[in-house]
Design a protein around this ligand. Structure first.
Ligand code: ATP
Ligand code: MG
Length: 244
């Protein structure tokens, strides 16, 4: 489904040109669960924006489901982002003065889903990411970091996207909440066959994926199958038993 060939991304090409991606190539098939891991500034978010058709590479090609993304019109790109891709942004991008439910419903409003159905699906997505129902009518600026993270994940799931792109979705979470979030992704991947691309700088988080791609200074330095995949449910049980 994803085929990137030799892509580069140069920020600010005229003034202080900065090469954020330097000849990146890989393929990701439907139904894979891949972690993209690398230190801060290595180009992870830059790559995620390109994979999510939010930005275009400076050179190289990106085929998504057999289509050359650079050849699509803005409307076609917007349709793909709306129907196919669920984003969990590093900065979450929730609307601060809207309730949790409204934040999660937003993608459905853009897709023209009716009000009752929107409410039902938003609640379902919030339950799936484990947010307590008492928070559904809170404004997003009344939530803790972990709760905001779950709302952002629910919003990414509400449209049933085939591809989920999550940028540091467990950053700032305690290990227990982190395992719950990773468990949600593992379940979506295993039971519903969703393709998951999880971006992280933490090896421990990356170990929950089936394949790990390592990026450094804008270059892929490693791309391997993960034979010792961590199961979030087991990890959570370990954490709980340590606490008793
Ligand atoms: N809009 C921009 N203009 C200029 N440089 C940018 C821009 N966005 C990112 N960069 C630079 O590109 C490099 C890669 O940034 P990117 O955000 O992709 O890193 P990252 O791996 O996601 O880091 P982090 O783990 O801190 O989120 C960094 O050196 C950053 O300063
Ligand atoms: Mg980033």
């Amino acid at each position: 489904m994803i085929d990137v060939k030799n892509i580069t991304k140069i920020y600010d090409p005229d003034a202080n040109a900065f090469l954020a991606l330097d000849g990146v190539s890989f393929k990701i098939e439907d139904g894979e669960f891949v972690a993209i891991m690398g230190p801060s500034g290595s180009g992870k978010s830059t790559l995620m924006h390109i994979l999510g058709a939010l930005d275009t590479p400076t050179t190289g090609t990106y085929f998504l489901d057999g289509k050359d993304v650079s050849s699509l019109t803005d409307d076609e790109l917007a349709d793909i982002r709306r129907d196919k891709i669920g984003f969990v942004f590093q900065s979450f991008n929730l609307l601060p003065r809207s309730t949790v439910l409204r934040n999660v419903m937003l993608p459905l409003i853009y897709s023209g889903v009716g009000e009752e159905e929107r409410d039902r699906r938003a609640r379902e997505a919030l339950h799936a990411s484990g947010l307590d129902e008492t928070h559904f009518t809170h404004l997003s600026n009344q939530l803790s970091g972990g709760q905001i993270q779950r709302v952002a994940i629910s919003r990414a799931l509400v449209n049933n996207p085939s591809l989920i792109l999550a940028d540091e979705p467990t950053g700032n979470l305690d290990s227990k909440t982190g395992e719950i979030v990773l468990g949600t992704f593992q379940k979506l991947n295993k039971e519903l066959g969703r393709t998951i691309i999880l971006i992280t700088h933490e090896p421990d988080v990356a170990e929950h994926a089936d394949r790990i791609i390592v990026i450094r200074d804008g270059k892929i330095t490693e791309d391997r199958k993960n034979h010792k995949k961590k199961d979030a449910v087991l990890e959570l049980a370990k954490i709980n038993s340590l606490k008793q």
